[in-house]
Design a protein around this ligand. Structure first.
Ligand SMILES: [Zn+2]
Ligand SMILES: [Zn+2]
Length: 441
């Protein structure tokens, strides 16, 4: 092992740091081949070439340096920063991911006691926080696919490792999404498989809590997903297609406003059942949720999501009403108040949504009218001095945002089908030209 001292760089090493900032990967590769370059050399602040590349957001340079044996967990920086911290601070999601894949420790702290995720949250790089908090390397799961100790069989059949890994690394914790992911995989969607999976997640949860550097976030996530798996098992016991029944139960809204009571209760219950009552995260969650009456904000789902993924109220992103997926863009063409990923999600939700769609439409129209009124009043006020006759002429035009069909509410399902289709040309349904196929009742 070469002894590396801070700030004692060879000329080639200085060149390498230059090239990382401004040069090409080829140039860096040539320098790295030189015997005068140590890949983990330290500049006067204790920064390695990898830290420089991460901080400057150079993905290819990071990959090159890692291939050349760069130490992803080097901790010689004067303020205790690691390459992962620099990646997270730079807000580069790919580099953050590459560092994690390369084995970056997530619980190392800098000189003021902050982890990479905490530093990223502090500077508003929430995507990186999400990536770090939800990282779970595949090898850690593969451990359970081999018999351990006196076990004759592995705790997790190897064929289940991939589908399970996909679920435990998801950043969308919506219970409907988790059940959908299970439902779409025939390997997972059976009692015996789910039984094995939830027990493995419980073991991971226990490990997270008992290891030296406790990871409460990951422990809570594992426990929560394990609870959803157990719910699936209960529903599967009742017969065929029972996961669809579970999805419906999760989406069913109360008559007054469509709020999904069962979903809220399931999430609250699983948080409450977290087996380590001394955990700070659990206490935080309970404090945020307990005073909230069921049906009011914040929902247990939003509190849990925020605690686990670090996501806080995105202003510019919309979430699917059915499955909670980020970036949904298809609006119900009747009420325009709910939004979905696609027609599948819209169809899944329709049995519940159709009961309140009309009410939501009235609310939407009222809002539009008020907005239009306000706008025309504003315009009128500005024109008032010039010509006071304009006031009444402009009002009818302000309402043109609402189409004629919309003003003609129909009550039967058939009527709803028609009105859904009659609006199909509206911008938000461009990719889904036909309204939901109302196959049920
Ligand atoms: Zn969706
Ligand atoms: Zn609607």
């Amino acid at each position: 092992m070469v002894h590396i001292k801070k700030g004692e760089l060879t000329q080639e090493e200085k060149d390498l740091l230059e090239v990382i900032g401004k040069g090409t990967v080829q140039e860096a590769g040539t320098l790295l081949a030189s015997k005068n370059v140590h890949v983990n050399c330290l500049d006067e602040n204790g920064m390695t070439p990898l830290m420089h590349a991460a901080y400057k957001g150079k993905l290819d340079m990071c990959k090159l340096l890692l291939r050349h044996g760069a130490d992803v967990n080097c901790h010689q920086h004067e303020h205790g920063y690691t390459a992962l911290m620099f990646a997270a601070l730079s807000g580069n999601k790919d580099i953050t991911w590459v560092m994690l894949e390369a084995g970056a420790e997530t619980d190392v702290v800098n000189s003021v006691g902050r982890t990479a995720a905490q530093m990223a949250a502090f500077v508003g790089q929430h995507d990186c926080v999400t990536i770090i908090n939800n990282f779970f390397p595949r090898e850690k799961l593969d451990y359970y696919t081999k018999p351990q100790g006196l076990d004759k069989e592995p705790r997790l059949p190897p064929k289940l490792a991939s589908p399970l890994h996909k679920i435990i690394t998801t950043t969308n914790l919506h219970p409907v999404k988790i059940v959908m992911l299970i439902n779409e995989n025939p390997l997972l969607a059976e009692e015996a498989a789910l039984n094995k999976c939830y027990k493995v997640m419980d073991l991971i949860c226990e490990k997270c809590m008992k290891q030296r550097d406790m990871n409460e976030v990951l422990a809570m996530k594992m426990h929560y997903i394990s609870c959803i798996f157990q719910k699936c098992i209960n529903f599967l016991k009742d017969g065929e297609n029972k996961l669809d029944t579970l999805i419906k139960s999760l989406l069913k809204g109360r008559p007054s406003d469509g709020f999904p009571i069962y979903q809220e209760k399931i999430i609250r219950e699983s948080i409450r059942k977290f087996p380590y009552c001394e955990a700070t995260l659990l206490q935080q969650l309970v404090r945020s949720i307990a005073p909230v009456e069921i049906g009011s904000d914040p929902t247990a789902f939003s509190v849990l999501t925020q605690a686990i993924t670090g996501q806080v109220g995105f202003v510019d992103v919309e979430f699917c009403t059915t499955c909670g997926e980020k970036g949904a863009s298809k609006r119900c063409s009747v009420c325009k108040m709910v939004i979905y990923c696609d027609q599948t999600c819209q169809k899944t939700h329709w049995f519940a949504h159709k009961k309140i769609c009309k009410n939501l439409k009235d609310i939407y129209e009222k809002q539009q009218l008020e907005a239009a009124k306000e706008k025309s009043e504003e315009e009128n006020n500005s024109k008032l001095d010039v010509n006071s006759n304009c006031v009444n002429e402009e009002q009818p035009e302000a309402e043109t945002g609402i189409s004629q069909e919309d003003c003609n509410p129909k009550d039967s399902v058939e009527g709803e089908r028609e009105s859904l289709q009659s609006d199909a040309g509206l911008e938000c349904l461009q990719d889904a030209p036909v309204g939901p196929q109302l196959s049920e009742e």
